[in-house]
Design a protein around this ligand. Sequence first.
Ligand SMILES: Nc1ncnc2c1ncn2[C@@H]1O[C@H](COP(=O)(O)OP(=O)(O)OP(=O)(O)O)[C@@H](O)[C@H]1O
Ligand code: SF4
Ligand SMILES: [Mg+2]
Length: 353
Amino acid sequence: MPEPLLDVRDLSVRFRTRQGVVTAVDGISFSVAPGEVLGMVGESGSGKSVSMLAVLRLLTNPNVSVSGQVLFRGRDLLTLPDKEMRAVRGREIAMVFQDPMTALTPVYTVGWQIAEAIRAHEQVSRKEARARAVRLLSDVGIPHAASRAHAYPHEFSGGMRQRAVIAMALSCGPSLLIADEPTTALDVTVQAQILDLMRELNSRGSAMVLITHDMGVVSQIADRVLVMYGGRAAEQGPRQAVFHRPRHPYTWALLDSVPRVGGARVRRLPTIAGTPVSPGAIPEGCAFAPRCRLRHERCAERPALTAGNAEPTHLDACWLPGEDRARLRVAADGDRARPDAAADEDVNREVAS
Ligand SMILES: Nc1ncnc2c1ncn2[C@@H]1O[C@H](COP(=O)(O)OP(=O)(O)OP(=O)(O)O)[C@@H](O)[C@H]1O
Ligand code: SF4
Ligand SMILES: [Mg+2]
């Protein structure tokens, strides 16, 4: 395995709120190799954005505390002096934020903003920066880039704005791009174009962390997948393994909620029975227990993330027996229409045997 570019170890993020301390990210570990795409998936509030903002040290709220290690090319970003951190941000790691409008200022032209982003990190003339901005806009598929560079953000469509934001993120040739829901706000055709663009960038060597609600997007582009639930990793592993041999009941629910080919397309994760967990109220044991059809006595204790089968890189956090998850998945599916108590009894018997 190549040396990781980004190696996040036991990252936790806590917010002090009036209601007490809220753990938004609870000890996640993952790595991204050069040129690799990690898909980070999970319901709203599962800690996807917060964890990547913590990686880039962009959580400046005084009530936040971040712990763990964020090794980027072997250096811990969490302890780097501010000046060096600023150099890493933008030059080596770039982020496309969840809302593209917040990344663009309405009062300057798009070309000017990209040129300024270049000049913030590199000693180049205004003219050279402007020429590079036009090239970048053209690279991300903006037609007539030279003239469109003079347009203001509101003169761009949603898809073009997203392209412009990606162009800005790429302006300094980062080795890692973190893209937070880059396709969610866009209609289906534009979504597909942005995905193509991301794929092309990846084929030119950029590693990526792609945050999304959409298992469909992950299945198309990710090399590896991290499934988040309640600020913790429920499952992680190579894409093929997670999609073909999913192990965690939450991942099963995510996959079952993806519409079949030919069905209506949905952007956000639709119905998984029960309410998503809120970071202020995560159960003591398994975070997914209140919604899990297969919960049993042991689930009152927190399961560790472990490799439960023959694949050492495919990990999940669940107390179900390591073997035979496919059969348990089918059993859980069959239990859907039944009252919880009856299903619980069966599972306790099944797991005990
Ligand atoms: N400043 C804050 N103070 C308290 N809690 C916060 C703060 N910022 C985020 N949180 C909480 O942290 C949790 C994780 O938030 P995060 O934005 O990472 O979720 P997400 O997985 O990105 O969701 P979405 O898919 O909706 O973007 C949420 O429950 C959120 O309420
Ligand atoms: S079986 Fe238990 S540990 Fe596994 S997901 Fe369900 S509640 Fe959590
Ligand atoms: Mg988010």
